[in-house]
Design a protein around this ligand. Sequence first.
Ligand code: DGJ
Length: 444
Amino acid sequence: MSVGRVYNATKWVDTAGNVIRAHGGGFLQQDGYFYWFGENRTGGKLVSCYRSRDLATWEFCNDVVTFDTHPELNGCNAERPKVIFNDRTGKYVMWLHWENGIDYSQARCAVLVSDKVDGDYTYIKSFRPLGHMSRDCTLFKDEDGTAYFISAARENADLNVYRLTEDYQDIACLEQVLWPGQKREAPALVKRGDYYFLMTSGCTGWTPNQGKYAYSRSITGPWSALMDIGSPTTFDTQPTYILTISGSEETTYLYVGDRWDPSDYHNSTYVFLPLSFPSETSMQLQWASSLSIDVETGRVAVEQNRSELFRLRMNWRYLVAAEDGQIVGSRLSYSDQRQLWALEETADGAVRIKHWASGKYAEPENGSREPGAKIVLGDKADHRRQEWNVLKVGRDYVKLQNRFSGLVMELDGGRHGAVVQSALDSGAHGAWNSQSVLLAEVYQ
Ligand code: DGJ
């Protein structure tokens, strides 16, 4: 079999040339195929299924769940579908996150079954497991056949681990509440050696955040504390699954993530990234622009391109230069080139912040030294107004202090406003502070 080549975060198409619509996906291996189930939000479709032998060439199988499947599914929002096979009943069982299609207030899961892996799935029911809210979720079948459903509960504050009944179609019990109050979502679970690894994201809607993982000897715990993995934006992705490739030479583990585009869901893409394990209990995630995967041997080779560009994120908004040259906070958009910036270092350790699309530089409007003055773009000039000190205010965050005015960039009005200059505040730093800037590297 040929080696598959995957180009991450680009538009992936199936063998018929159609865009692959399978977000929040889950996988199942059978008869030499990887089956991929995921969200399809087009034309009354809910979950679509594709299959591949090499993880690179995907053949469309079926729209396995549609609005027509059941009245409760008509117009609903179905997220993060996962499928496992039940050896006792011979049925494929799918669990997903079910919402009414208007908002996220229902917080229910739904169960569907099929006799065929890519058949039309029959709707069983939607419900809140043991009365708990249930949003982002995953399903895991352990080596002994016991299956678990893991889902975000209590307004996403907790991550609940439920054991399923023997037919996998219902909840047997709540085994554990993981990291109460720490607000984790997008769970993805894998077993490697004697340890289970659970990867999750924070809760920031469609905007990427720092992924974390934990390990345990048993699904029912105790689990370790949460540890950071990947980059502060998890390479601009959110977890959905961890694939195991059991090759003849190696067993490798691939992180599957969605690169959601908050400005246009349908512009979202996928990534397969290599996971590595420096020790029995530690896991690392690496960026790969592309990778070749040999499912036969389990070998994965990585290629990386550095873009040398950044997005500047303040309070979950991304800085963009508007038509009039003003810099404002905006929703992340992967197609908006105006959100890209280059940082040019000066000889004495400051930076010039160059707007990539226009070639202009960030500076206070009219050379102002006043607090509240807007930050705008100006033609390149050799003066301190275009030089910014990079003040580190946390492991990932900086404040940008103008060398001429001595004031720092601030996102005015919380999130919706323009970027202005203000006196350096001494308050809490971090992602929610309106002066803190994440220099988010652009991973292509
Ligand atoms: C993040 C979740 O992980 C996604 O599946 C989706 O529910 C979005 N939130 C909605 O904002």
